[in-house]
Ligand binder design. Structure first.
Ligand code: DC
Length: 220
């Protein structure tokens, strides 16, 4: 059987991870959360690492090895053999990840890691540039979007469910800063691939979004 790649891109808090996990489970394939890769790099190098000299950054990246284990909702991203920690999920680390995402060496390193992972397995790949840059040949591409306030509220509920501190106004500001940075960076900016199907997730819950995606893919 040939490999299947489904790409799911969109801004912060749009519900990509939830839908990617459900879709992967439904299709019986793995899902790759590439935001978690940027977050894990940012978290393990620490605050301000985006200002490191290029050589130091390259040396640090050369010591990092990402792998994907298991499938469906059990898909697990490993960094150097260990599952990435829950601590990467804070909004602060999200902002660090967005800063790291502006650095060409980091993007190149992660693009290579993402393609290496996809060389072996079928995937739902979610992120910012999956359909536009990393897997431009993927047969199924989706771009999820929603109003920033809806996304801030969703993120607020998720962080609370994980037992993490959250402040709605602060979250809304951080989401706007990240949106702006992710959409306007020089390389691989957040935007739909020309052949991506756009879905507004502000109007529907995750099950409704999943149903739309499956319908577009020819499953009912
Ligand atoms: O999806 P997320 O919120 O976990 O992503 C965190 C940050 O990582 C995001 O603001 C920008 C960066 N990122 C990226 O530049 N490219 C990707 N494919 C995924 C994430």
């Amino acid at each position: 059987m040939s490999r299947l790649i489904v790409t799911l891109d969109g801004p912060a808090g749009v519900g990509k991870t939830t839908v990617a996990r459900m879709l992967a489970q439904r299709l019986g394939i793995a899902y790759l959360d590439t935001g978690a890769m940027f977050r894990a790099v940012a978290w393990s190098l620490g605050e301000g690492a985006w200002e490191l000299p290029q050589d130091d950054l390259l040396r640090a990246l050369s010591r990092m090895d990402f792998e994907l284990e298991d499938t469906g909702e059990h898909s697990t991203l490993l960094l150097n053999g260990v599952p990435v920690p829950a601590a990467i999920r804070s909004e602060e680390v999200g902002l660090w990840a967005s800063h790291m995402g502006r650095i060409p060496a980091v993007r190149e390193f992660l693009r290579r890691s993402q393609r290496l992972i996809a060389a072996d397995v079928s995937l739902v790949a979610e992120g910012r540039d999956m359909g536009s840059v990393v897997f431009p040949q993927a047969p199924h591409k989706f771009f999820l979007d929603a109003d920033p306030m809806v996304r801030a509220q969703r993120r607020y509920a998720q962080l609370q469910a994980m037992g993490m501190d959250a402040d709605l106004d602060r979250l809304a500001t951080q989401i706007r800063i990240r949106d702006d940075q992710d959409r306007n960076r020089a390389i691989a900016p957040l935007r739909p691939a020309p052949d991506a199907i756009c879905i507004d997730t502000g109007q529907t819950d995750a099950a409704g979004v999943l149903a739309q995606i499956l319908r577009h893919m020819g499953y009912d």
